[in-house]
Design a protein around this ligand. Structure first.
Ligand SMILES: CC(C)=CCC/C(C)=C/CC/C(C)=C/CC/C(C)=C/CC/C(C)=C/CC/C(C)=C/CC/C(C)=C/COP(=O)(O)OP(=O)(O)O
Ligand SMILES: O=P(O)(O)OC[C@@H](O)CO
Ligand SMILES: [Mg+2]
Length: 235
């Protein structure tokens, strides 16, 4: 059940955004390793269920990245749970998680749950505004969060979240060097084959989001671009 450890390319679909059937079919059958359903605003049980039922027509792995507890529903292969390590309020680190565990803890299938240590780095992103993330971080700050996620909290995933902008390659490379076993998810501004290839050399898993809604053809090209890059899997 740990197939996510082999994911190199992932599409992230926002339940709060429209996507037509033809585009969804092309994405799900593109050869991507998985589709993650997730967004910051306007994520409801209804639009999450709608999107899940449409994706389930295809064989691709499908995970929910939880950002609203009332939009959690059975039927996903995994439940990715972000904890925003550089948030300015404990709600985004443990607070909402605590409430959710009180509600779901006894029925939760922990084998389906994957904790993500998030570091949000685009100050203009919705997630940075929502969580009050301190994005004025240098490499030392960010690599310390990576070490914290892996060594202190034993999170299986560390997520460098540039959501909406293309990140600093050197930062991603520094984080990759810091991690010894946690999987490095990179997401943010992948809107060309060149960027997809470049980040595929630096991160374990490349997450492609918004370009889906602006330039589907290019989004689809990122699959081959990422997967053709040789990658040293973790031991
Ligand atoms: C019934 C059933 C199967 C139950 C399963 C049990 C289960 C898994 C229960 C959950 C337990 C639990 C601990 C839940 C966590 C609760 C929770 C809500 C925690 C807070 C999560 C958090 C820190 C969210 C903030 C991070 C966030 C918003 C990430 C979104 C990712 C992102 C940036 C998406 C990009 O989209 P968007 O920002 O919308 O971009 P656009 O501007 O382009 O739209
Ligand atoms: O939308 P983009 O900028 O591709 O970012 C992807 C993902 O990291 C968003 O959570
Ligand atoms: Mg959104």
């Amino acid at each position: 059940m740990n197939e996510y450890k082999a994911w190199r390319h992932v599409f992230k679909l926002d339940p709060n955004k429209k996507i037509d059937d033809d585009a969804l079919e092309q994405l799900c059958e593109s050869g991507t390793d998985a589709v993650i359903v997730g967004g910051t605003d306007g994520v409801t049980l209804d639009n999450t269920l709608q999107l899940l039922s449409r994706i389930r027509q295809y064989a691709v792995d499908c995970a929910l990245e939880i950002s609203a507890i009332d939009a959690v529903t059975p039927g996903f292969d995994y439940y990715f749970i972000p904890t925003v390590l550089n948030a300015d309020h404990p709600d985004w680190i443990v607070g909402m998680h605590h409430e959710a565990i009180k509600e779901f803890g006894k029925t939760l299938n922990w084998d389906e749950v994957v904790m993500e240590g998030y570091c949000v780095l685009n100050p203009a992103s919705k997630v940075a505004s929502l969580t009050g993330a301190d994005t004025a971080l240098d490499s030392e700050d960010v690599t310390a969060y990576a070490m914290m996620a892996e060594r202190m909290f034993h999170f299986p995933v560390f997520y460098l979240e540039y959501s909406g902008i293309y990140g600093e390659l050197e930062m991603v490379q520094a984080v990759k060097k810091t991690l010894t076993c946690a999987q490095l998810f990179y997401g943010g501004g992948i809107d060309s084959v060149a960027k997809a290839e470049e980040m595929a050399r630096a991160a374990d898993t490349v997450i492609v989001g918004n370009v889906i809604y602006q330039d589907l053809k290019t989004a689809l090209k990122t699959v081959k671009a990422v997967k053709k890059v040789m990658h040293k899997a973790k031991q």
